[in-house]
Design a protein. Structure first.
Length: 221
């Protein structure tokens, strides 16, 4: 069986967009999104952590092919490592009027340039608050938000209960070795596996794809 690949226009837009996801992980994300959208038709794909929309392009492209939508959730004030003085800070993304990070304008330009605006619902808000009022099953949950234990745990506990059986949980920046990166995504990845509700499908770099095969993955495990 052939692995789905992004259309040329989406791949070009992904490559041109501001962001951190490397191409090989992006291809794996698209393949997961295409699989989820095909297996669970009509259900939306969801991303936690929009930043400037690099990975959103791939989810939107998969949604376009499957005639569904991608939902992306972010407060657009930047995660902890993107603040002034930290490793991933980009001063061009600071709103000079309020003196804080604001990635929303860049995201909107990215999506417009990619021609994918109609396939995306952008939710501006904090992940736990949005998850608390969300009411529709999801075919895919892509966790790529804040990398503290608090944020990663909130994303897992907030969104996994909305993931349909057979849907995919995709977690980015999963590093077994603390020398390679923060451990919060690793801990929720291990939590998912140890819950007995998930089967791992693939690992591409730091991107892990798991399929939900049962219940028991919520806050109480």
């Amino acid at each position: 069986m052939l692995t789905p690949t992004p259309p040329a226009d989406a791949l070009a837009a992904f490559t041109a967009a501001k962001g951190f996801m490397p191409p090989h992980e992006g291809l794996a994300l698209y393949a997961a999104a295409a699989d989820a959208a095909t297996r669970l038709p009509g259900l939306p794909l969801l991303e936690v952590g929009t930043y400037c929309g690099r990975s959103t392009i791939l989810l939107a492209a998969a949604a376009r092919e499957a005639k569904t939508v991608a939902v992306t959730v972010d407060h657009h004030r930047g995660s902890e490592e993107q603040q002034p003085g930290w490793e991933y800070h980009d001063p061009t993304l600071v709103d000079p009027e309020v003196g804080r990070m604001d990635t929303l304008p860049s995201f909107r330009r990215t999506l417009h340039a990619a021609g994918l605006e109609e396939y995306v619902i952008a939710v501006v808000g904090r992940s736990p608050q949005v998850a608390a009022v969300w009411g529709k099953p999801l075919s895919l949950v892509f966790v790529d938000g804040g990398h503290t234990d608090e944020h990663a745990t909130n994303d897992y506990e907030g969104w996994v209960p909305h993931l349909a059986e057979g849907g995919l949980l995709v977690i980015h920046d999963v590093f077994a070795d603390p020398a390679d990166g923060g451990q919060a995504p690793w801990r929720i990845y291990r939590r998912a596996l140890e819950s007995g509700a998930f089967t791992e499908l693939s690992v591409t770099g730091s991107l892990h794809v798991l399929r939900r095969t049962g219940a028991g993955a919520g806050p109480g495990r």
